[in-house]
Design a binder for this molecule. Structure first.
Ligand SMILES: [Zn+2]
Length: 383
């Protein structure tokens, strides 16, 4: 068994739209500091990210889009043009040097991929990535370049390996899905809050791929206010069925943590229990089916004080085979960030559920999810 690797550098924090935007990469530094303070991450586990080249971005992105991102970042693109590329919207405003700062995140994900594919390790984590809403020719939902799609295409082209993409962000992983919608060489899997009331609105059970790719896109839309038990039941059953059907060489997981009940942007009701179990289950599946080969990235997560660092830490701990810690967070971490927090700062690794309200319609929601699960399993068991 090899030791997992962790991709990090302060330069990754520069991907920032503006000071009031909810997408805040300070959460990467906070997670890294929490893991360091806990004694489970050391300097020798960390590798520095490289930059992605234009040629690599072009594995999935159109060259005119890349050109537009470069010009927008220099303030040289007209409003009208920017709009046509999804740039300078309220969600995804343009910012200075956006091309250089965005491609850093892609490079970080590629560094994790190469560490695994070149055999330096079996498992690698790059929390800077997971920008799953990026399209081949358009920015969307806080995402400019789609690091995960570039990385998956890189694995397919350079190494000839089959990737299973697993997306547990509260939002549908639309960008990655559409880029691989017509191929049977990549399977995309996304479990998310139904698009009925939530961006981007897609990700229904009936989106299953086209042509050669039919059956190779898997969507599990769960109801708003879904809780741990129902979510985990669906996730575990369908994920293992997807692996058995597709037989991947490597698992690539996107780990948005915006399905947590304290996230301000979505309506799911998951607690730390789910975020402890997801990566441990992925780890188990990787050991069972892909010789341990697992690359993980970050994704959404907009409560950077109360949620993200604790939940993301679990991915690294899972890769190291360490059980979910209980009780107080390390003092050094509390001293560093507690005083800066504008909201009640958590004291423990696990959620203390004093402000978790009982969910109305609990039975109805679980029942609805279960019937969705039955239909999804029929698809996954089809030959
Ligand atoms: Zn999200």
């Amino acid at each position: 068994m090899t030791s997992p690797l962790y991709v990090y550098d302060d330069s990754l924090l520069k991907y920032r739209f503006h000071s009031k935007h909810p997408f805040n990469q300070m959460r990467l530094k906070m997670t890294t500091d929490l893991l360091m303070a806990s004694g489970h991450l050391s300097a020798s586990d960390i590798i520095k990210p490289r930059e992605a080249t234009d040629e690599e971005l072009e594995l999935v992105h159109k060259s005119d889009f890349i050109e537009a991102v470069k010009l927008a970042g220099e303030g040289k693109l007209s409003e009208e043009k920017m709009e046509s590329y999804g740039l300078n919207t309220e969600d995804t405003p343009s910012f200075e040097g956006m091309h250089e700062k965005s491609r850093m995140l892609v490079g970080a994900t590629l560094s994790a991929v190469e560490a695994v594919m070149d055999g330096r390790t079996d498992k690698a984590l790059s929390l800077a990535g997971g920008l799953h809403h990026g399209f081949s020719g358009r920015a969307s939902g806080f995402c400019i370049y789609n690091d995960s799609a570039v990385a998956i295409e890189h694995i397919r082209k350079k190494y000839g390996k089959r990737v299973l993409y697993i997306d547990t962000d509260a939002h549908h992983g639309d960008g990655v899905q559409w880029i691989f919608y017509d191929t049977n060489e990549v399977m995309t899997y996304s479990i998310h809050e139904t698009g009925r009331y939530l961006f981007p609105g897609t990700g229904s059970l009936t989106e299953r791929g086209t042509e050669e790719g039919f059956g190779f896109a898997v969507n599990l839309p769960v109801d708003a206010f879904t809780e741990d038990e129902s979510f985990l039941e669906i996730f575990k059953e369908t994920f293992e069925a997807a692996i058995r059907k597709f037989q991947p060489d490597v698992i690539f997981s996107q780990n948005g943590v915006d399905a947590h009940f304290r996230d301000p942007m979505t309506h799911l009701a998951l607690t730390s229990r789910t975020f402890e179990e997801i990566p441990r289950f992925v780890n188990e599946m990787a050991d069972k089916y892909t010789d341990g080969k697992w690359i993980a990235v970050g994704g959404g997560g907009y409560n950077i004080w109360q949620v993200v660092p604790r939940m993301w830490s679990q991915i690294w701990l899972s890769m190291k085979g360490i059980p979910a810690p209980r009780g107080p967070l390390p003092e050094a971490f509390m001293d560093q960030y507690g005083p800066k927090s504008p909201v009640d700062f958590p004291r423990n690794w696990e959620d203390v559920l004093t402000d978790y309200n009982d969910i109305p319609r609990r039975e109805e929601i679980s029942e609805k999810n279960r019937s969705m699960l039955t239909r999804a399993m029929l698809h996954l068991e089809e030959q």
